[in-house]
Design a protein around this ligand. Sequence first.
Ligand code: ATR
Length: 287
Amino acid sequence: MTEASPLALYAVIGNPIAHSRSPQIHTLFSQQTGKPLRYERLLAPVDGFAGAVEAFVAEGGLGLNVTVPFKLDAYALASGRLSNRARLAGAVNTLSWRDGAWHGCNTDGVGLVSDLQRLGVRLADASVLLVGAGGAARGVLQPLAEAGCSRIHIVNRTAAKAIELAAAWRDGGVSPQTQVTAGGLTDAATPGGWSLVINATASGLQDAAPDLPAGLYAAGAVAYDMMYGAQPTAFMKQAEADGAALTADGLGMLVGQAAESFFIWHGVRPDPAPVLAALREALVAGT
Ligand code: ATR
């Protein structure tokens, strides 16, 4: 146990974790809202999530942001004390220590929806192509449906996973106004094009765009990549060449999910805009 700190302790836990921008984001939120706190990076062994979390509690830790590869471990840790959002996402990215137990929530979808709203994207009646069927896609499905999208078509390199995800979601039956369908990447086109195309695949990690057909974008359509970088991502370049009117990366989603976590922990909603601007500046400067 380290020396007791007078400041409330929070952290982001993952593996790897050195790249995480969460400490910078929460420190800026703390300065903005006047809520003092300490926020650290916690590197846990891939098979050592529970032990790392236990040690964190012993140190006085009150909240954790959870990133790759621990969102399912966090879900299991907080089972029985999950928010609706976490249950529907099947994963937890925000843990709060209350009354001697961990409570789990998932703020990724709220982060995406709030960033799309910032960009002026109309979600009511939107027709959305969601590319990818892993945890990232699953986490945003319900929040997009709740925001009023009329259709969400999930496509994935492995079509069976997209079909499974769509079927699982339909069984949940939470937003009946949204039609959820699925297929492979070659089934991505629709007559007239999509109003919004979201990349929830991990293809950007190899600096590549998913292998999508051309002609995906309706007039005025938006392309959103959940990945982000100092330069436009491969998916954003692909979308621009295919006629998207606006392309955006996922830095705003990252700040948006952090703002919602901050609200859960501290009861104050920070303004994400200046923090997003500061992060963008740091990203472009390579700091
Ligand atoms: P996450 O939790 O970030 O979603 P994941 O569960 O491992 O991570 O899912 C990764 C997603 O990216 C999957 O949809 C994967 O497609 P497969 O199910 O076919 O593996 C997708 N993906 C990864 N690399 C890709 C690539 N180069 N092109 C297209 N899709 C890719």
